[in-house]
Design a binder for this molecule. Sequence first.
Ligand code: ADP
Length: 175
Amino acid sequence: ARHLSCGQHIRHDGRTHETGPKRPRRIRRSKALFKTILVPIDMYAESIPAQQLTVAKRFAEADSGKIIVLYVMPAIPGYAQSALPSGTHESVLSEAKKKLEEIVQTAGLTGSAELVLLEGKPARAILDYAEETEADLIIMASHDPNITDYLLGSTAARVVHHAHCSTFIIRKLKD
Ligand code: ADP
């Protein structure tokens, strides 16, 4: 082997390089990919919100991201509203709020996730809210496993097709 004095080393390819004073190493931080994570959950279907929140937590931990848990309450049509006893809307709303809080608490996310309750058409509301909050990732379940065998439910399909950010779809495996 060729011996080179004064701090030079020979590499496999025969080129040499100086071993001068070491330059401070640049610490490369990986760029955060998902800073705002939107988790729309269908609280009243068995659409595995717990799994969605577990996945969201992992993503948020990896990127110090913010989690927003969203439930869209389908709006009651005007004609039906007038037939309902007064106060029904308020009690449905507060019931939904309570349930949302419970789900987030069970997932161990109280205090670290933002809770949002909207009224409207689920897919449209999810897409609009994702734009509004500049969400980088939407985490949904593929469908309610008890209802359909389709790969994607209608809400999930619409969001996947029209979202301007990444979407992550959880598919429940058959037990
Ligand atoms: P299915 O019709 O089988 O219930 P969906 O497409 O409605 O399938 O549901 C799949 C996913 O869509 C849910 O896991 C949830 O992420 C989202 N989703 C559906 N409905 C709502 C809703 N009302 N509010 C928030 N997210 C919803």
